[in-house]
Design a protein around this ligand. Structure first.
Ligand SMILES: [Zn+2]
Length: 135
């Protein structure tokens, strides 16, 4: 399936209402509500809409912000869009494959690694445990 050609109606049928709100309408889940906020098992995170791999658990850290935080994305898996909504200038992070909204990236991440904090919505991602990923 070519995810870029998927119509709005098709996304509505494919995704849950919450996934649709975040991924397609650029919504944000409530802080500390997401299932991956306080979750540190080993594995990978894929886009909830198209299953494209976007993060590794090794790059996850506790950002204390209420959303899952990573210091880097898998190279080429995401794209960046300048976002000036809500009276702020932020960098939106979208899935490079389906263009679904994932979250934002800020420059206040761990200084000893990349210095970036990818602030993601749990709803936008699905976790694949390490053992399953090897199959
Ligand atoms: Zn995607």
């Amino acid at each position: 399936m070519n995810s870029e050609k998927t119509t709005d109606q098709q996304w509505k049928e494919k995704l849950t209402p919450e996934e649709y709100y975040v991924l397609r309408q650029k919504g944000t889940e409530r802080p500390f509500s997401g299932k991956y906020n306080d979750f540190y098992e080993k594995g990978s995170y894929v886009c909830a809409a198209c299953n494209s791999k976007i993060f590794e658990s090794d790059n996850k850290f506790d950002g204390h912000c209420g959303w899952p935080s990573f210091d880097q994305a898998i190279k080429g898996s995401v794209e960046y869009v300048r976002d000036v909504t809500h009276g702020m200038v932020r960098t939106e992070v979208i899935c490079a494959n389906c263009k679904g909204h994932l979250g934002h990236v800020f420059e206040d991440g761990p200084k000893d690694t990349t210095g970036n904090r990818y602030c993601m919505n749990s709803v936008s991602m699905k976790f694949i445990p390490e053992e399953d990923a090897k199959k």
